[in-house]
Design a protein around this ligand. Sequence first.
Ligand code: TYD
Ligand code: MG
Length: 451
Amino acid sequence: MKQKSVYLCSDCGYESPKWFGKCPSCGAWNTMSEFKIQPESAARGTNSFPRGASRPVPLSEIESGDEARFHSGIGELDRVLGGGAVHGSFVLVGGEPGIGKSTLLLQMCQEMCRNAKVLYVSGEESLRQIKLRAARLQISSPELYILSETDMEQIIQETEQMEPDILIVDSIQTVYKRDLTAAPGGTTQIKECAMSLMQYAKNKNVTIFIVGHVNKEGTLAGPKILEHMVDCVLYFEGETTGPFRCLRAAKNRYGSTNEIGVFEMSDHGLLEVNNPSAAMLAGHPQGASGNCIACVMEGSRPLLAEVQALAAKTQFGVPRRTAAGVDYNRMVLLLAILEKRCGFFLSSSDVYVNVVGGMRLDEPAVDLPMVLAIASSFRDKPLPEGVMGFGEIGLTGELRAVSGAAQRINEAYRLGFHTCIMPMQDIDETLTKKMNIVRVRTAADAIRAVL
Ligand code: TYD
Ligand code: MG
């Protein structure tokens, strides 16, 4: 039979029978490359999930039973998974190289192998390297099995023989199938290998964790292909140079996607951070201009973090703006609001915004603290001690209500703050006894209240 070729975009995984200079899906140039497909695997196609004898079934007749879960012994990880890893689920753990994915998964094994048979397959490290890492992490369970292998067929064969309850594949970029001519790490290989693992997981009800490295743009190599296939997508993020790491669920078929887990990288591996607000505020400078404490809701938990800003006179040409930990476009929008609605002439200032501790704050409630930090730096006047705030800012400069006000205020009170600047919204009156609550209508009013 004639060998078939497909062209795949290395950025987005778009597949086409003919070549394009520009990918029709993501618009990237020169990313389409040719892959030869063996006749057999071409005939199977890429969506060959075994379906069995399928026919429509009334919803009421489908047996579900309670979801049984494996607990990892790491509270922060279990919470992000929705209370542990569901039996037979397929979990993708993504993150930049060096962020701590292998460390987290190896640490997870320690507890999991008490109740389950665990096989950890590494395509990146030798058995000796894993042993050394395990020793450093003080993992000594005799029930944990390690395989250093990159050949997919070999991995499946060994797995079939051992029949583990939990299989970890670190990483999907290093494993390959021999019958494909494509190089390991490419979209075709990733797709096919993940598909084989998924078939295995669903047929044998095995829980599988796969590690996927994320490239600089923050997407998994061959991204979309894997995300729709798996049950959970967890992203491990943070600054590799800083101690804090944050685990987020981008997708979860068995739980909420709002929860985050906070970890600290130490000499003995990842430690759970049970009181993230206190950790984020450690080292908060007293009496310095250009910072404001924000309170954001991360899932069910409020989290305090310090937003820092620096507004400095532009020396030459176009003013520079950089944002770390907050959305760049949101920052630019708030600068325009500050200029237009609050009378701050920032068009000849460079503005840098940063969230201390390497956290990403994506919630709109961070608008107000960001504006206060920028205003404070611009005027070179610190905010009074013990002040924090939250609130979304609209285009007319009005402050808009946010959810979870009471939880945010309680968290700030717990950490010793005495004043909270917030939007005009109803709150439980008992809170006003704990803290000085300043409710304001606009961003300009908020600035007037504290600066
Ligand atoms: P690793 O889990 O190998 O990252 P990934 O699998 O995501 O590529 O973690 C790598 C970093 O973590 C590495 O730079 C060293 C650091 N580290 C510690 O600081 N303490 C430890 O106990 C371990 C095991 C790693
Ligand atoms: Mg690794």
